[in-house]
Design a protein around this ligand. Structure first.
Ligand code: PMV
Length: 361
């Protein structure tokens, strides 16, 4: 499959009335991390994520009649306010997909978007935002041209489009666990779009993710810049091999219900991601003292209590504490009375295994 296989149609007659569509789409948390890209937003290694339940973006896309053709004409609203900075990033993305959706330059566009979670809170807002927008684009395209895709084809196409906006967004299109990047351990997996992991032991559907916020300031190095620093990284080859092995082992653990392997791999991936940052040519560190204090304490508490808890980190200082629903009471007591005890600044967001995007209009 190539990019041009997705090339779409132009309108032969201008639309006469506005036409709208709305989707809500969740964020996801990577368990095996995508870190380093090549070509047209392709990953250098496979990644595996869990789709979240409560952290999502709701996006309404409206196409309106337009008299003259030209570039993208976009009116972008975020949480009830016109947002020029976000609008520019979205316009750039829309310009990059006009071969797939040629009608985008034949209409005026309005996008109204809102998130259920705060900005810069350790939740990938680009994942939920670009997956919601990709779903809106694919649905509007299907409505305008009477395109009939089955559910799997539709999700794969939306995942392909979401990837072009933000790599990790392509994994938000599916419920539960998702793999993006070719892996020998999962048939049908691809670098072009993500695919759902079908064989999952029910215990992993009870995973909870409490995000412990230690800092909400803008990151000193963005994810895009972080990906760039993997080019020529002295450990790149070993990293790619490790990610492939971790994906294979994690898929097996998810299937068999092996919590201990899950915990080992998830923490190994979080440490690896941050080690890669620190050991790149222009090394940088996104963990903060409070991050180190909390993850050290999580490991101690696991040893002391025997609870099945572990952490992961995204490209930032905030901690995702993962555990199983049946241990919610005990883990929550530890979170409140121990982990965040010394720091009233620490904010908590409770999320869990989610069931994927929903069309809401
Ligand atoms: O999708 P991007 O370009 O924002 O990169 C995401 C990178 C990580 O969040 C660190 C890992 C991942 O796989 O989501």
């Amino acid at each position: 499959m190539t990019h041009s296989d997705f090339n779409g149609f132009r309108l032969t007659t201008a639309i006469s009335d506005p036409i709208s569509v709305s989707w809500q789409s969740p964020s996801n948390i990577a368990l095996v991390k995508y870190w380093g890209k090549t070509g047209l937003q392709l990953p250098v290694n496979p990644s595996l994520s869990m789709t979240l339940a409560k952290a999502y973006t709701q996006t309404k896309l409206t196409a309106m009649p337009r008299e003259t053709e030209g570039g993208i004409e976009l009116d972008f609203w975020f949480e009830g306010l016109q947002n020029v900075a976000f609008g520019q990033r979205i316009s750039k993305f829309l310009n990059s997909v006009t071969d797939i959706f040629p009608w985008l330059v034949q209409v005026n566009l309005k996008i109204e978007s809102q998130n259920t979670f705060p900005h810069s809170a350790g939740i990938a807002s680009s994942a939920s935002a670009f997956s919601a927008l990709a779903l809106c684009l694919c649905t509007l395209d299907a409505d305008l041209f009477g395109i009939m895709l089955d559910e799997n084809e539709f999700r794969a196409k939306a995942s392909y489009i979401a990837r072009l906006g933000s790599g990790s967004a392509c994994r938000s299109l599916f419920p539960g666990f998702t793999v993006w990047g070719a892996s020998k351990a999962l048939s049908g997996s691809s670098n072009l779009f993500a695919v759902p992991v079908e064989e999952v032991h029910p215990v992993f559907e009870t995973l909870c993710d409490t995000i412990i916020l230690v800092n909400r300031k803008e990151k000193p190095v963005s994810s895009s810049e972080g990906h760039n620093r993997m080019v020529g990284h002295p450990f790149a080859e070993a990293r790619i091999k490790q990610a492939k092995n971790n994906t294979t082992e994690l898929l097996q653990a998810l299937k068999s219900g092996d919590k201990q392997t899950f915990i080992r791999i998830v923490e190994n991936e979080a440490f690896t991601l941050h080690s890669l940052m620190m050991t790149s040519e222009q090394g940088f560190m996104l963990m903060q003292p409070e991050t180190v204090r909390i993850i050290t304490r999580i490991q101690e508490l696991r040893r002391e209590t025997g609870l099945d808890i572990c952490f992961t980190l995204d490209a930032g200082p905030n901690i995702h504490l993962l555990y199983f629903k049946e241990q919610f009471e005990q883990v929550n007591k530890l979170i409140v009375e121990d982990l965040v005890e010394n720091n009233e600044q620490n904010m908590l967001i409770y999320d869990s295994f989610g069931f994927g995007p929903v069309k809401v209009g």
